[in-house]
Design a protein around this ligand. Structure first.
Ligand code: ATP
Ligand code: MG
Length: 688
């Protein structure tokens, strides 16, 4: 695959910034910030945000601040602050002396809250958190005003000061912004600004027992720092009116909030809450377990910062959620390591080969290229002797057609060494192969036959007495499913039991001096990195970063093929995209039927799902879980409706039970509605 096959993707925020520079909106300044909450380690999704914030600023000669969003003392730890700094630096970005904390602004935020109270724009509310939720209303019903909303400015000032002094128990009162309980935007229904919480803060200690909420702290922190573009993920789009409201009400400098779609990566999870669970419950060893999508995990696995920055550039920045196939990330690291990593020989599953006609006790050094992509990296000597190891899978006693590697009577090339021919197989009583015997042709030294004799395969190998033993850890996807976070699925039940395989291997002797963290290509196998935690001189440990097999190229070929348009693959970055074209025949394999909803109910513990019992004329009802709750908060309304059902899908086991089909619905940005029928169609009638 060539460079052009994976072009940089569009980035709409870059266009906005350029336009602001043209109109001189911020006096030609570009000042962004990266605002992590120190409640976990950074992951590849954060890398997207870091590359975007730091990348844009540096592109336009601007600045980027690192700001710890530490408004929630109970979940934050110094360990996380340190790891975040290390990871941002490792990625290649520098915030110079602009390291800030939201907690730096607690005094100012308090002053501003007092100002809002004085302006009649904030009040102390004594409702419990459950009551506040109840009073808030829903998407379809307006909220109710709190009975404390009409408190006088004096009373509010007094109560807020006493909240700060610690006169009231945790959770007994909050400070709320006085906005609009009937707003169609739930965030504007008198949001909480401060809560009482007695918890030691990693920086302010026990100075405070009231803490500002994220929505109140964030925009004001941006304002204090003179941020121009406050870039955040899409879920904050509905918070923007509130972001703007606080800044306008306080009449302070006003940055521009811009939202983009967060990165979702297949076969992994990106929520810090879930990643923390994997660590705490021992599903992985630590945050930097090489299977984790964390930056520290990827680093330990052997990923380079360049490969991650490249990946972030290629996926682009858009306004619509999508999922990127993890194969693209693997492609990026493979591409980078291909240029950088030294080639070495290592045998993962050793099979002993004895070369009968090679003199016993003799050893010779052969020249091997360090990197065929970069000849300036020179050569090294590798020892050859009478007993070597090859890869178990490179020999078959009864080779099928198209297996060109070693087999009885067959000749192959040993890389940089000689042609060898298999003349015998030694097995134990159970039929297991113990060793094989070969002869070599001394005239083929270096790997070519002077008479021009051809062989069909070249194998890697190591000399048995010279090789070193090493532990090699092979990693596979952490989850078996592309999207383990889908609602209704228990993500921990989808962990891949084969995500780690540990082998005892044989490596060429030059690897005995491998520095922890150094990266290699094991020829014909993949890229590997000496583990920084566990690798020792007397016990080397290597992590497989990625195999040589390029899944991404395969995926792209399939996509281009299925779209039928070789040249047209603009959105190839997304593998779980609006799917490519399928044929009419393929479509007609989906059995669409008319279903009649007989029962409909909410699902305990799920925010989006309804449970429907649907009649498809089969003499029984099918149980179907559908993610349509936001549109039908009162599911009773669905009973009796004719819906469109995909009826021949394999039933899916969800956390709440088996789902035996899919209901079709229209899904827009703001609205959702099920597809229904006019006319008196009967349950089970075919839809075509
Ligand atoms: P989580 O929901 O897992 O706790 P978060 O968004 O709360 O993640 P923060 O530490 O607040 O995590 O994130 C810091 C910055 O990184 C925010 O600006 C956030 O928008 C961005 N970010 C977090 N996750 C992603 C992602 N998957 N893709 C892109 N940006 C992300
Ligand atoms: Mg956050």
């Amino acid at each position: 695959m060539s460079e052009e096959d994976v072009r940089p993707a569009p980035n709409f925020i870059r266009e906005i910034v350029k336009q602001h520079l043209t109109t001189n909106k911020y006096g030609g300044r570009v000042h962004t910030r990266f605002p992590p909450e120190p409640n976990g380690y950074l992951h590849i999704g954060h890398a997207k945000s870091i590359c975007l914030n730091f990348g844009l600023a540096s592109e336009f000669g601007g600045l980027t601040n690192l700001r710890f969003d530490d408004t929630n003392p109970s979940k934050e730890e110094v360990e996380y602050v340190d790891s975040i700094k290390e990871d941002v630096r490792w990625l290649g970005f520098d915030w110079a002396d602009r390291q800030y904390y939201a907690s730096d602004y607690f005094d100012q935020l308090y002053e501003w809250a007092v100002q809002l109270i004085k302006d009649g724009k904030a009040y102390v509310c004594d409702l419990s958190s459950d009551q506040i939720r109840e009073y808030r209303g829903t998407l379809t019903e307006p909220g109710k005003e709190s009975p404390y909303r009409k408190r006088s400015v004096e009373e509010n000032l007094d109560l807020f000061q006493r909240m700060k002094r610690g006169e009231f128990p945790d959770g007994s009162r909050v400070l709320r912004a006085k906005i609009d309980m009937a707003s169609p935007n739930l965030n504007m229904r008198d949001p909480v600004m401060y809560r009482i919480l007695r918890a030691e803060h990693h920086r302010t200690g026990n100075k405070w027992c009231i803490y500002p909420m994220y929505d109140y702290a964030h925009g004001q922190s941006d304002s204090i720092e003179g941020i121009t573009h406050s870039i955040c993920t899409l879920e904050f789009e509905d918070h923007r009116p509130l972001y703007d409201w606080f800044l306008d009400a306080l009449k302070v400098y006003h940055p521009q909030q811009i939202e983009f779609a967060r990165l979702n990566l297949s076969h992994t999870v990106m929520s810090k809450r879930k990643l923390l669970q994997l660590v705490q419950e021992g599903y992985v060893t630590r945050w930097d377990d090489p299977r984790m999508p964390t930056l520290s995990g990827l680093r330990r696995r052997g990923y380079t910062p360049e490969s991650i920055r490249n990946f972030c550039e290629r996926i682009g920045v858009a306004k619509r959620d999508s999922m990127v196939d993890i194969a693209l990330l693997e492609y990026c690291v493979r591409e980078d390591l291909n240029k950088k990593a030294s080639r070495v020989m290592a045998v993962l599953r050793p099979l002993k080969v004895i070369i009968d006609n090679y003199p016993e006790g003799q050893t010779e050094d052969l020249d091997a290229l360090n990197n065929p992509e970069d000849l300036s990296l020179g050569t090294r000597a590798i020892p050859f002797s009478r007993e070597i190891y090859i890869e178990e899978e490179d020999f078959l006693e009864e080779p099928p057609a198209k297996f060109y590697r070693l087999a009885p009577g067959r000749e192959v090339r040993l890389r940089y060494a000689y042609f060898i021919k298999c003349v015998g197989v030694i097995k134990d009583a159970t039929g297991k192969i113990l060793e094989i015997h070969c002869t070599y042709d001394p005239k083929t030294r270096g790997g070519d036959s002077p008479e021009g004799r051809k062989v069909k395969a070249t194998l890697h190998w190591v000399s048995a007495p010279h090789s070193i033993r090493a532990e090699v850890r092979l990693y596979d996807h952490l989850f078996t499913r592309a999207n383990p976070s889908e609602e209704g699925l228990d993500f921990k039940a989808l962990l891949n039991p084969k995500s780690l395989e540990t082998l005892s291997c044989r490596l060429e002797p030059s690897l005995g001096s491998a520095q922890p963290g150094s990266r290699y290509q094991f020829e014909r196998i993949g890229y590997f990195c000496a583990d920084v935690m566990d690798s020792r001189k007397d016990h080397p440990v290597f992590n497989r970063t990625v195999t040589l097999r390029d899944e991404w190229a395969k995926i792209q070929k399939e996509q281009v093929k299925s779209s039928g348009q070789e040249g047209l693959a603009e959105n190839r970055h997304y593998v779980v995209p609006d799917s490519g074209m399928i044929t009419t025949d393929e479509f007609s394999k989906i059995d669409l039927r008319v279903g009649v909803v007989r029962q409909a109910s909410l699902v305990q513990g799920a925010n989006k799902l309804l449970k429907l019992m649907v009649d498809l004329g089969e003499g029984r009802l099918r149980q179907i879980f559908a993610g349509i709750r936001s549109a039908y908060p009162d599911p009773e309304r669905l009973v009796g409706r004719r819906v469109m059902v995909a009826a021949n899908l394999k039933p899916r086991q969800m956390k709440f039970g088996l789902s035996e089909g899919m209901i079709l619905a229209g899904v827009g940005k703001e609205a959702l509605g099920i597809a229904t029928f006019d006319g008196n169609l009967l349950p089970g009638d075919k839809v075509s």
